[in-house]
Design a protein around this ligand. Sequence first.
Ligand SMILES: CC(C)(COP(=O)(O)OP(=O)(O)OC[C@H]1O[C@@H](n2cnc3c(N)ncnc32)[C@H](O)[C@@H]1OP(=O)(O)O)[C@@H](O)C(=O)NCCC(=O)NCCS
Length: 216
Amino acid sequence: MALVDVLPVFGLRLTTPRLMLALPDADQLAALAALAAEGIHDPSVQPFGAEWTDRPAEQIPASVVQHAWMAWSKWQPGTWELGFVVVHDGMVIGTQAISASKFAIRREFGTGSWLGRAYQGRGFGAEMRAAVLAFGFDGLAAQYATTSAYLDNPASQGVSRRLGYEPNGVQRDAIRGTVQHLQHMRLTRERWEQHRTLDVTIEGLDACREWLIGAA
Ligand SMILES: CC(C)(COP(=O)(O)OP(=O)(O)OC[C@H]1O[C@@H](n2cnc3c(N)ncnc32)[C@H](O)[C@@H]1OP(=O)(O)O)[C@@H](O)C(=O)NCCC(=O)NCCS
């Protein structure tokens, strides 16, 4: 029996013109961890509420692997976080996560992502977000997508704006000992349909659709 037979979500694969997204195997997870260790943002800012990139450099790779395993260990039908690796030209270039809680009732999902610095600013962030939006709206018949980014993160805000999200409130977070404003964003199904431009192929969904949706 293979892992995909035990947990069919490991057979999911999303393909866009330049990218492939799937749950990582052990080597891909190690490649993602190595990428994070190289630094994934300007050290003068902290784009993540969990402040995980402020850890000592030698702790970063293990934290990436443990975060993935922790998410896998908590999966329940309808409540999950899928941390896809993003592959371009055979290289792991970053991660795009999609998460849901009691999906059958809420019909809503959230997203989060990062790219290696060499791959930022080339449209990959928008392309990988578009992939999981197609997965959520087309594949799972979601009604809403949400995401959040600090106001000093123009790249993440830019991805959301381009794909049709609208502002959905601001939260005051304590980051590095000062207040940072977290902008929540929300995308309705109607606006996604107006802003979708990309062809996304979804494979492996039939085997896990019911499990991802969960019980109402
Ligand atoms: C956030 C992130 C995933 C975005 O991906 P990306 O590939 O860099 O972004 P894209 O190239 O797809 O750009 C998307 C939009 O943002 C704009 N943008 C990108 N970088 C920008 C910058 N530094 N300043 C202003 N606008 C920017 C682009 O012009 C584009 O807008 P457009 O479609 O109107 O032209 C990536 O930059 C990243 O990993 N950053 C570090 C980690 C992080 O911040 N993660 C998110 C935490 S919420």
